[in-house]
Design a protein around this ligand. Structure first.
Ligand code: SF4
Length: 351
C-alpha cells in the first residue's frame, strides 16, 4: 500500500500545492488534501492554537487536526525563505513546532526546512530530506523534484495568464468562472490564504463574481512587473509575500483596466499592518480608484463585510460612470475634481 501524505489546505497550499503533490506522487506516495475550510475546522483550530495567533494560522491548525487520523504523515514544511535574499513571516518557521506541541495523536510530521535565502540550488537537499520517509533513492528523488518544479512553473504560467489558483489546479479546464467584465475589474490584494480561502474571507470572490465583477489578484501579475513597482519603495521589502502584495497593488493603482482595489488583511498580522499601510497611503495619494480595506478574524461578522462590499461596488459603478463621461467632466470640472470626490468616498468607506 502506498504511503499516504496529508497536505493541509491552508497557508502556502495556494502557492505550492502543485509542486508538493507532484513531488510526493512522483515518489509513489498517495496525497490527501484536507477539505475546504468550514466552521468546524475554524472552531477546532481556535481551540488548539494560542489566542494571539492570526486567523490563517488558527485555520491551519484546524486543517492539520482534520487530517491526523487519515494519513501516515502530514507535510508541514518549516518555511524560512522561498526566495533568495528574502524571508517570509516567522509564523511559518515555527508552525511545525506549534502544531507538535498543541495537537495530540498526530501521525509523523515531515517538517523539512525550506530555506532558499542563500541560493536556489539547496532545494534538492531539502527535498531529499522531505522524501526520506518514502524513498531514499537519490535519482528517483531528483526526477520527482524535476517534474514537480516543471509542474509548478506551468501552474504559475496559468495563474499569470489570469486564472485563479483553484482553477489553475485543474489543468484540463479550458474556462474559468471569474470572467464577468460588465461591472468592472477589481484587484484583490492580500496573502493567498486570505483571498483564496472562501471561508476566511466570507466568499469574497464568489460574491464579486455574482455581482458580475471580474477579479484579479497579485498572483496574476508577472514577477518582473511586481519587482519593478516594489522597486519604487525607498527600501527593499524583505518579506516575499509582502513585496508581491505591495508591488502588485502599486501596479493595479497605475493600471487603467483596474477599477478598484480590495485589500484583505488578517487581524494580528504584523506584516499586514505595514504593507497594508504602504498600499493604503499610495491609494490615497493616487486618489483615482475606490479602495476597501477588510481586516478579518474569527469574530468578523458577515453582515458588516457584505455591507462594505456593497458600498464598494456602488463606488465602482459611480467611478465607471465618471470614467465613461470623462471627456465632458474633464472639460467642465477638471480631472482633479473627480479625484477629490472619489477620495472623499474612499475615506467614508474606510471608516
Ligand atoms: S504573514 Fe500575517 S497572516 Fe500570514 S502567517 Fe504571518 S502573521 Fe499570519
Amino acid at each position: 500500500m502506498p504511503v499516504k501524505i496529508g497536505i493541509p489546505r491552508s497557508l502556502l497550499y495556494y502557492k505550492y500545492f502543485p509542486l508538493w503533490k507532484t513531488f510526493f506522487e512522483g515518489l509513489g506516495a498517495e496525497v490527501e488534501v484536507s477539505g475546504p475550510t468550514t466552521k468546524a475546522v475554524v472552531q477546532e483550530g481556535v481551540k488548539l492554537c494560542v489566542d494571539e495567533a492570526c486567523l490563517p494560522v488558527k485555520v491551519a491548525f484546524g486543517h492539520v487536526a482534520s487530517l491526523k487520523e487519515k494519513v501516515d504523515y502530514i507535510f508541514i514544511p518549516r518555511l524560512v525563505s522561498v526566495s533568495p535574499r528574502e524571508y517570509i513571516c516567522p509564523k511559518f518557521l515555527g508552525f511545525p513546532d506549534m502544531v507538535r506541541n498543541s495537537v495530540h495523536g498526530l501521525p509523523g510530521i515531515i517538517d523539512t526546512n525550506i530555506n532558499l535565502y542563500r541560493r536556489e540550488g539547496d532545494l534538492y537537499g531539502q527535498f531529499l530530506e522531505a522524501a526520506s520517509p518514502i524513498c531514499r533513492n537519490p535519482l528517483k528523488v531528483a526526477a520527482a523534484l524535476r517534474s514537480a518544479v516543471g509542474e509548478l512553473k506551468r501552474f504559475n504560467g496559468r495563474v499569470e495568464s489570469g486564472m485563479l489558483p483553484e482553477n489553475a489546479f485543474r489543468v484540463q479546464e479550458e474556462k474559468f468562472p471569474f470572467q464577468a467584465e460588465n461591472r468592472g475589474t477589481v484587484a484583490l490584494v492580500g496573502h493567498p490564504y486570505n483571498i483564496y480561502d472562501n471561508y476566511i474571507n466570507m466568499n469574497l470572490i464568489g460574491r464579486l463574481d455574482e455581482a458580475r465583477v471580474r477579479v484579479v489578484t497579485a498572483d496574476n501579475v508577472p514577477e518582473p512587473v511586481v519587482n519593478m513597482y516594489a522597486g519604487t519603495l525607498s527600501k527593499r521589502l524583505f518579506w516575499t509575500l509582502g513585496r508581491r502584495m505591495v508591488g502588485a497593488a502599486y501596479h493595479f493603482l497605475d493600471n487603467p483596466r483596474i477599477d478598484g482595489i480590495i485589500h484583505v488583511a488578517s487581524f494580528a498580522c504584523g506584516p499586514d499592518s505595514m504593507t497594508g499601510d504602504l498600499i493604503e497611503r499610495r491609494a490615497r495619494r493616487a486618489g483615482n480608484k475606490p479602495f476597501l480595506n477588510l481586516t478579518l478574524d474569527e469574530h468578523t461578522g458577515e453582515a458588516g463585510v457584505v455591507t462594505r462590499i456593497e458600498a464598494f461596488l456602488d463606488m465602482i459603478d459611480m467611478k465607471m460612470g465618471v470614467d465613461a463621461g470623462v471627456g465632458d467632466w474633464g472639460l467642465e470640472l477638471g480631472v482633479g475634481t473627480q479625484n477629490t470626490e472619489l477620495r472623499t468616498q474612499n475615506s467614508e468607506l474606510r471608516i
